[in-house]
Design a protein around this ligand. Sequence first.
Ligand SMILES: [Zn+2]
Ligand SMILES: [Zn+2]
Length: 236
Amino acid sequence: MKIISSKFLSLFLPHKCTFCREAISYKNNTFICESCMENIPFIKGDVCVRCSSPRQSGSMPVCNTCRKYSHPFTSSFTPLTYTGKVRRALLNLKFHNKENYCRSFSFLIANNIMQKGYPDFDFITYIPLPPERLKERGFNQSELIAKGVGSILNIPVTDTLFRVNGSAKQSSLSSAERRKNPKKSFFARDMKLKGTALLIDDIYTTGSTLAYTSSLLLKMGCDKVYIATAALQVKK
Ligand SMILES: [Zn+2]
Ligand SMILES: [Zn+2]
């Protein structure tokens, strides 16, 4: 009852910017104020064609990491770096129940996809959470972001992968451990796929989860997998 009434009351509260919490017009359906739209850390300039990490102009189009691990996804759409207000908003989204923030990230990803130009995606899918974490959090941010992107671009969203309990949180592992970990935690649902998929996650860190889950989608029958994330953790 408490949840229903607070949701009901929120209808009368002013809309707030996802990134700075300033009040915005109720007509603003991106939930991003003008100032943040100018100042949040967008990835600009030349980027790796595979993972979207910034690169020096004139360097190889695919970065060293993507070449070293032969990442199986074709290309990525990632508008932001995981710093400052973006990092804060994503942490609040996940750990302080700000699932409404997903609307801004769906908008920013869809916008990035439209700006870059994109192939005909047959469907969108997303990185699952382990059941116990989904229960604890009450929502899967990647699923909500994927559904937002799907509704903006008018592409169906399909649940294709699952994850088991007891897998260590990626964030608690070293980069070498992260590369091995996805094989023990992610599995394909019993279904056949075809065509071109867009696989969505909230943050791109080492790319190992997205690489492994892309390879599962390819094994399930997809011809190509593209990935999209809200923010990229820039390598130090
Ligand atoms: Zn703002
Ligand atoms: Zn790369």
